[in-house]
Design a protein around this ligand. Structure first.
Ligand SMILES: Nc1ncnc2c1ncn2[C@@H]1O[C@H](COP(=O)(O)OP(=O)(O)OP(=O)(O)O)[C@@H](O)[C@H]1O
Ligand SMILES: [Mg+2]
Length: 382
């Protein structure tokens, strides 16, 4: 082997280790490194990107150049960016799908634990809790995806900081029919808010059942989450079309029911758990949110009363399985303001009592294993 060939080989190796910022895999695995040549210290590297005008192209070019320069013996580095042929792209999307046929990968034998967060009433804090739970699980080392299934009232992008000051939502990248979800605070996220045209983001999505069903189905089929430990689903309130679609598409999902401590809210919360069960899903626990808050002077702010979470857990247990009250999350200004700012409280103010309660829930779910759900859980295995 000539010295030039040896150098080119070393550069290829170094450049191949650069990680694609969107696909989060090394360029070598993605087959993006084309020819690498060396002529004395002059090195030339050709990279093919998935799409023209790939938003990450500047960064890839920079990192490839730096990686090539890092190899001793290189002097001048030239990086040329090209685009994959349709055949190369098809091979890539197939490889990313892991050779699986196109379809919903979250089946009974998948290693991903799917947890849908539901409620009877609206505004009880489902989305806020789901966003924080996702981040808390990611911080505990899980690979986490989050589907915002509230098509009419999507709020996840805002809660996780994917909406800029102009109200623009971060868009996913598309590789043909594969949708690469944006990542925020370590969580892969998909929401209808990412697919609306600029300027339409503030408008209502007025769709009926079949369109909602197709959208949720597409989120689960075409969004490339890769291998996840946990997929959380933020449900719209109540027991409408989307709840039924999710029940049909993900019959193996576990369900968390969110309620407030108000006794009057309990019945309708129970109903949402019962409907989930009718589709075969398992209710694994209740979360009581907006529970009494102890103020610094010791007084207790008791806005919604107490005991609703226990009521719901008891009522759902009467149906068969034992359903525990898994967490009680107090009223918290930091939880709300963190949501408004797109910085979840579990990251921004981790000592806040609500943040601690949510992190404890993440720990419970991570450690739960078979006892909680009554079957071997993939969570914690890897
Ligand atoms: N524990 C809490 N303390 C204070 N405010 C809270 C708490 N939980 C949620 N909130 C606030 O309550 C409001 C409703 O929360 P969120 O949007 O998460 O509810 P939701 O159940 O997802 O609503 P929807 O049914 O409309 O989807 C938000 O303004 C949120 O910041
Ligand atoms: Mg919501």
């Amino acid at each position: 082997m000539s010295a030039d060939e040896r150098l080119a080989g070393l550069v290829r190796e170094a450049v191949g280790a650069v990680v694609d910022p969107e696909l989060r895999r090394p360029l070598a695995d993605l087959d993006m490194v084309r020819t690498v040549t060396a002529d004395g210290g002059d090195v030339r590297v050709e990279i093919s990107l998935t799409i023209v005008g790939c938003p990450a192209s500047d960064r890839i070019q920079r990192e490839v150049r730096a990686a090539a320069h890092g190899v001793s013996g290189t002097d001048r580095v030239e990086v040329e960016l090209g685009v994959m042929t349709p055949e190369q792209r098809a091979a890539l999307t197939e490889r990313l799908r892991g050779g699986r046929a196109r379809g919903i990968p979250f089946t009974a034998d998948s290693l991903t634990r799917v947890i849908a967060v539901t409620s009877g009433k609206g505004g009880v804090g489902k989305s806020t809790l789901t966003a924080n739970l996702a981040v808390a699980l990611a911080r505990r080392g899980r690979t986490v995806g989050l589907v915002d299934a509230d098509v009419h009232g999507f709020s996840i992008p805002g809660l996780l900081g994917l909406v800029d000051a102009q109200g623009r939502t971060t868009k996913p990248t598309r590789i043909d029919d594969l949708i690469v979800p944006p990542v925020a605070h370590g969580v892969k996220i998909v929401s209808i808010g990412m697919f609306l045209r600029e300027g339409d983001e503030g408008r209502a999505v007025a769709w009926r059942g079949p369109m909602l069903h197709r959208t949720v189905q597409q989120f689960l089929t075409d969004v490339w989450f890769g291998d996840l430990d946990v997929l959380l689903i933020d449900m719209p309130p109540g027991t409408g079309d989307v709840a039924i679609s999710i029940g049909q598409l993900l019959p193996h999902a576990d369900v968390l029911v969110v309620t407030t401590p108000q006794h009057a809210a309990a019945d309708v919360a129970v109903r949402s758990g019962t409907v989930a069960r009718q589709t075969g899903q398992r209710v694994i626990g209740v979360i009581e949110n907006m529970a009494p808050l102890t103020l610094p002077d010791g007084t207790v702010l008791d806005l919604f009363g107490a005991g609703g979470g226990e009521d719901v857990a008891r009522a759902l247990s009467a149906d068969g399985d034992t359903v525990p009250l898994l967490a009680t999350v107090p009223l918290s200004a930091a939880l709300r303001t963190g949501g408004d700012a797109g910085l979840p409280v579990v990251l921004g103010t981790p000592d806040d009592p609500a943040a601690r309660a949510i992190d404890a829930l993440a720990a419970t779910l991570t450690a739960s294993g078979p006892s909680l759900a009554g079957r071997a859980l993939p969570l914690g295995v890897r």
